[in-house]
Design a protein around this ligand. Structure first.
Ligand code: DX5
Ligand code: ZN
Length: 218
C-alpha cells in the first residue's frame, strides 16, 4: 500500500492534490501541534474538509501532545486510520480503544530512537504500527535504515500469528529506499516529497507500488 503524504502538497489546493493521487491506497495527513514536534501544520477542520473532497481513506498521523483528548475526534469525523505517538501518552491502550470505539482503525507510532520491545504486548490493541524512519516534524529528510529492525520484529510476530496489524513506515521513502523497507516486511509506505515533487504524482505512486511489490516477492 502507498500513502502519499500531503505535507509535501500545496496546502492551498488540497482537493486537487488528493485528486492527483487518486490511485493511492491511503492519503497520509500529518497533524503537528508545534509542541510534540517543532512544526505546525493542520488540524480537525482541514481533515473534515478533506474528507468531503476525496474518496481516498485518510490516514491521520497525529504528532501531537495529549492524544487522549485530541485523537478520538478525528475518528468521529470519519478518518480511516488514526495514529498517535507512543511517546505522547502514558496510556496508549485507552487512546486506541477510544479511537476504535469512535469507528476508526488505531495506529501507534514510534520515533526512530524509541525501541519497539516495550510496546509489543500492547500492539494487540492496534491495527497499524507506524515506524518513523526520520525524526517527525518535517518532510524531505533522509531515511534512517536502522529502524527497519523494528519492522522486521513486528513482521515476524504478524507472520507467526501473534499479532494482526499493518506495518507502516514514514519518512524518506523514495525509489532508493522503498525496496529495503519492503524486504523488511513493511505493508504500507508513506511518501511525501518523493510523490509530490514529481510532475505526475499519480504515476509516481504506481511506480513506488510496483517497486515495493517486486521487492516483497523476492
Ligand atoms: C514527517 C511526516 C511524514 C512526512 C514524510 O514528520 O510524518 O509523513 O510527510 O515526508 P517525506 O516522505 O518527504 O520524508
Ligand atoms: Zn507522517
Amino acid at each position: 500500500m502507498i500513502a502519499p503524504s500531503i505535507l509535501s502538497a500545496d496546502f492551498a489546493h488540497l482537493a486537487d492534490e488528493a485528486q492527483a493521487v487518486a490511485g493511492a491506497d491511503w492519503l497520509h495527513v500529518d497533524v503537528m501541534d508545534a509542541h510534540f514536534v517543532p512544526n505546525l501544520t493542520l488540524g480537525l477542520p482541514v481533515v473534515e474538509s478533506l474528507l468531503k473532497a476525496t474518496e481516498i481513506p485518510l490516514d491521520c498521523h497525529l504528532m501531537i501532545e495529549d492524544p487522549g483528548r485530541w485523537a478520538p475526534p478525528y475518528a468521529e469525523a470519519g478518518a480511516h486510520n488514526v495514529t498517535f505517538h507512543a511517546e505522547a501518552t502514558d496510556d496508549p491502550i485507552a487512546v486506541a480503544r477510544d479511537i476504535r470505539a469512535a469507528g476508526a482503525k488505531a495506529g501507534l507510532s514510534v520515533k526512530p530512537g524509541t525501541p519497539i520491545e516495550p510496546y509489543l504486548e500492547i500492539l494487540r490493541e492496534f491495527d497499524t504500527l507506524l515506524v518513523m524512519s526520520v525524526e517527525p516534524g518535517f518532510g524531505g529528510q533522509s531515511f534512517i535504515p536502522e529502524v527497519l529492525q523494528k519492522a522486521r520484529i513486528v513482521r515476524n510476530l504478524v507472520d507467526s500469528g501473534e499479532l494482526r496489524l499493518l506495518v507502516e513506515i514514514d519518512g524518506g521513502i523514495n525509489a532508493d529506499t522503498i525496496e529495503a523497507a519492503a524486504a523488511a516486511g513493511v505493508d504500507c509506505f508513506v511518501a511525501g516529497s518523493a510523490v509530490y515533487s514529481t510532475a505526475d504524482p499519480g504515476a509516481t505512486v504506481q511506480k513506488l507500488r510496483s517497486q515495493a511489490a517486486s521487492a516483497w516477492s523476492h
